[in-house]
Design a protein around this ligand. Structure first.
Ligand SMILES: C[C@@]1(CC(=O)O)c2cc3[nH]c(cc4nc(cc5[nH]c(cc(n2)[C@H]1CCC(=O)O)[C@@](C)(CC(=O)O)[C@@H]5CCC(=O)O)C(CC(=O)O)=C4CCC(=O)O)c(CCC(=O)O)c3CC(=O)O
Ligand SMILES: NC(=O)C1=CN([C@@H]2O[C@H](COP(=O)(O)OP(=O)(O)OC[C@H]3O[C@@H](n4cnc5c(N)ncnc54)[C@H](O)[C@@H]3O)[C@@H](O)[C@H]2O)C=CC1
Length: 217
């Protein structure tokens, strides 16, 4: 189905309403927790894991059925009950208020889909089959997890430092781009890992220039 557009949303502190407390609500809440959202779950019942998160204060739980006012102040809404008519009603009121909504039992009618996700620190990989096959999206992410392992947390941290230095030291856009391109090869990433000297601006720029020259042969 056409029309889907992937973005990475800033959710830190943003209010998200999850209606329902089953396995699907739990998975959506887990992703939202990773994004530091302000989560409010509305459901008469919770899975044991959601219950634990509520007890630990990681999310707020309203132990009852959903009401219209629950959507007040929401940035995103997840209609994740096992009752299609409730999910449809939530979607309708969210739509009227202009709040983007996700529908668990009828995904392609929603404003957004939740992709399968791999996080390694600040590296975020997402896969979606546009609703055609969540199991395929999950399989692809499992494959990517082998290629992009936990070392990418450190890789991305080092790159952030390198890119800040290159942006502040190099004013020529073409050279900047060249230096940042050679900084992301597997070999380069391995070099930066645990290399405290990358904070030495002159040494770092010299090493990147050397890599550009090596590449030009
Ligand atoms: C449209 C979408 C709406 C949305 O929820 O955003 C949606 C909808 C539905 N899922 C259903 C079933 C399953 N969903 C999963 C798993 C995941 N589902 C996720 C996303 C999405 N699911 C969105 C589309 C994403 C895309 O395609 O890109 C993932 C990727 C992300 C997440 O939920 O966090 C997460 C894997 C992540 C992980 O675990 O790593 C599994 C596999 C499993 O559990 O192992 C099954 C059983 C196998 C199967 O049915 O394929 C049903 C049928 C229910 C029924 O039978 O009635 C519907 C309803 C419908 O088809 O509309
Ligand atoms: N999008 C996805 O990834 C998937 C979607 N599904 C669909 O999502 C639905 C939910 O799946 P599960 O979480 O496994 O179901 P579940 O039966 O485990 O949980 C449903 C939850 O909704 C709550 N609920 C019922 N009425 C409510 C109301 N009026 N207000 C608030 N909460 C209410 C229940 O108390 C329960 O906690 C399934 O019926 C299925 O159609 C299923 C698998 C994956």
């Amino acid at each position: 189905m056409a029309g889907w557009y992937p973005i990475i949303l800033q959710m830190d502190g943003r209010r998200c309403i999850v209606v329902g407390g089953g396995a699907v609500a739990q998975r959506k809440s887990e992703g939202l927790l990773q994004a530091k959202a302000d989560i409010r779950v509305i459901s008469p019942k919770l899975t044991p894991v959601l219950q634990e998160w509520a007890n630990a204060g990681l999310l707020q739980w309203d132990e009852r059925e959903a009401k219209e006012e629950d959507l007040d102040g929401a940035t995103l809404v997840f209609a994740a009950t096992d009752r299609p008519e409730v999910n449809r009603w939530i979607a309708e009121i969210a739509g009227l208020r202009g709040i983007p909504y996700n529908i668990a039992d009828n995904g392609e009618e929603g404003d957004f889909l939740v992709p399968a996700v791999l996080r390694q620190g600040d590296l975020i990989l997402a896969a979606s089959a546009s609703g055609a096959g969540p199991a395929l999206a999950k399989r692809i992410i499992n494959e990517l997890a082998e290629r992009y392992g936990p070392e990418y947390d450190e890789n991305v941290k080092a790159l952030r430092t390198i890119r800040e230095i290159v942006k502040s030291e190099i004013s020529d856009i073409t050279e900047r781009r060249e230096l940042l391109q050679v900084a992301v090869t597997d070999e380069a990433l391995e070099e930066w890992r645990s290399a405290a000297w990358i904070r030495d601006k002159d040494r770092l720029i010299a090493r990147l220039r050397q890599r550009v020259n090596d590449r030009k042969g």
